[in-house]
Write a protein that binds this ligand. Structure first.
Ligand SMILES: N[C@@H](CCC(=O)N[C@@H](CS)C(=O)NCC(=O)O)C(=O)O
Length: 227
């Protein structure tokens, strides 16, 4: 299967899931400006919306939208039940609820905070994100969102929270979240995915990641740089 991605973007979430579940995947990078893939294709012919992630199965079927890809990967992996419980188990619905929360209440507004076109609305949007982070901070039921198991929702939350330094979201206001970031960043499969995307930790606790090339070229240490 092929996973179409940008470094440090939301496509990092399915990438992490693949490494956690040992799903064989080929990573194809997409140029953000030209929408050309590293294989030379026009990415719009794969996902008409132009955004990542997209998963292309070995038989050519295309699946888009991060939460759907995350569930597909867990459902089709022999080891997937530890990241997404089986159909009929209410715990599955709880993970799906969290995926939906993250995609609509965090991912989208956080992504808009990167976009200067919405600058006049940024302060109001940041307030909303802070409210949602306060909720998720209180929602952590253990080391991870639903307790002991690192689920597909945790992988997605980690990726969105990793953008915080760029968009002036101060996670230290939410005590469980920096600890969550550190915990996830210490997982070997997560570190593998980060390294495969060329991402390096740039903060003192080693929990926030940016492309190594940006960090090195700008001489950034302990400062946010845009991924
Ligand atoms: N609804 C989509 C949103 C995906 C999305 O926002 N992708 C961003 C990266 S995090 C992207 O590719 N942006 C570039 C673009 O829109 O061209 C999903 O959940 O998969």
């Amino acid at each position: 299967m092929k996973l179409y991605m940008h470094a440090a973007a939301c496509s990092l979430s399915p990438h992490i899931i693949c490494r956690e579940l040992e799903v064989d995947i080929e990573l194809i990078t997409v140029d953000r400006k030209t929408h050309r893939t590293s294989e030379g294709d026009d990415y719009f012919s794969i996902n008409g919306n132009g955004y990542v992630p997209a998963l292309v199965l070995d038989d050519g079927k295309v699946l888009t939208e991060g939460p759907a890809i995350a569930q597909f990967l867990a459902d089709s992996s022999p080891d997937g039940r530890r990241m997404l419980p089986e159909f009929g188990n209410f715990a599955r619905n709880q993970v799906q609820s969290l995926l939906n929360f993250i995609t609509s209440e965090l991912h989208k507004p956080m992504a808009m905070l990167f976009n200067a076109d919405y600058a006049t609305a940024h302060d109001a949007m940041r307030e909303v994100v802070h409210k949602r982070l306060d909720w998720i901070n209180g929602r952590l039921a253990g080391p991870y969102l639903t307790g002991e198991d690192f689920t597909v929702a945790d992988a997605y939350l980690f990726v969105c929270l990793n953008w915080s330094p760029w968009i002036k979201i101060d996670l230290d206001r939410f005590p469980a979240l920096p600890a969550f970031m550190k915990r996830v960043a210490s997982r070997p499969a997560v570190l593998t995915a980060l390294s495969e995307e060329g991402l390096m930790a740039f903060d003192a606790s080693g929990s926030f990641f940016a492309p190594a090339a940006y960090i090195q070229s700008a001489g950034y240490v302990g400062s946010p740089v845009r991924p």
